[in-house]
Write a protein that binds this ligand. Sequence first.
Ligand code: 9WN
Length: 449
Amino acid sequence: LVPPFSAPEAAPRLRSAAARVLHANWTGTSTVPSRGLYPHQWSWDSAFVAIGLRHLSPLRAQIELETLLAAQWGDGRVPHIVFNPEVPAGAYFPGPGFWRSSTDGRGAGAPEAVETSGIVQPPVHALAALLVHRADPGLSRARGFLARLRPKLAAWHRYLLERRDLGGAGLASVVHPWEQGMDNSPCWDAPLARVTPAPARSFRRADLDHGTVSDRPTDLDYGRYVRLAVRYRDGGYADRAPGGADGPEFAVEDPAFNALLIASEQALAEISAELGEPEPERLARAGRLTEVLVERLWDPEAGLFLCRDLPAGPGGEGAPVPERAVGGLLPLLLPGLPPQVVDALVHTACGPHFGLGGPVQLVPSYDLLGPVFDPRRYWRGPAWFNTNWLLERGLRLHGERGLAAGLRAALVETAAASGFAEYVDPYTKESCGTRDFSWTAALCVDLLS
Ligand code: 9WN
């Protein structure tokens, strides 16, 4: 049996500490993930931040999402970074001078007034917008929050479901590891092995100025990230199917990205209903996409969802990537999963590969028994707060109340004890990466509210 919060009387203190982090990282129109390491606005970070901020200031939570969506491209994509022009060039790599969105992204409708990256991140935004609305429906209606956001969210999802359906089965593909958000996950090792890295001297990593080098991706990883991004940029950020000479070298159907898209489609249908314009066809499509996700990415032997590496298979059909990573558990978020898939996912989360409730209290980003597991290196083993927050929702949704309560307690206690770390060693819970990290603080506030 998992205990409830071990010290409920500590909750107000933890909540205030988390609120202070969010206050310090607020720029006036959005929140930076961290002042030093990530000094701009990031897409999925902002969604998680808004989910926490709604309890502290529903107005700031609305503005957070509005600022991000103001940088949306004409083709519907929501860029993964919106650059703050006041931050010195070189403070973050790759910066605006690398992506050159307002010139090189013009064909895809990049905005002129703001510089952004040209790739995307997981679509958590409609889910965040719905939760933000519910925190203060009166303010939301008075400001026309949902009415203004709805067409933008619909265009965003349309971009992913149409232009990014590179495999032709209905799922969205990511064309860069940064898009899925788990940058150096072992899931990308095989797909990235085909990519010739950009020479190390052709760029300078700013991230290494801020943290422990061994907690970050390697230089070889960065060489490949740069090469993929340059190629996408130089093709005008156009989306093409893999296989042809100008097709992407990296194209992966990822279970977490698609599960979040489906959950956000369901949230968008609820937003439409809230606005008095129900969209039953959107809900029905989310149900069909859940079936496609299971058909295409579920692996019954492994007991979790696997990524599909499109260029690896004949005719772009792709091949599964045989790595167990936390993204393969995240479809637990979806209400429409077959019961045997739900049971297997819970079993896998608690089994030897992820160890929940056994050797670890927070689910690691990668298989504890995997050949390249590393408890401190970024997405290759450490436990992250956003993925565990998503799993907590999934466990609760499927009636696993004891497991969900245990995970909630561990999330809050570890977040506060770690100084709101970016990620932690799953065994020792030692802080890794940067501290005072926004989504760690925001999701802690959410769980305490
Ligand atoms: C590249 C901001 C982002 C997160 C990602 C995380 C990390 C960036 C980086 O930081 O990625 O986008 O420079 O390493 O992997 O999930 O959104 O917090």
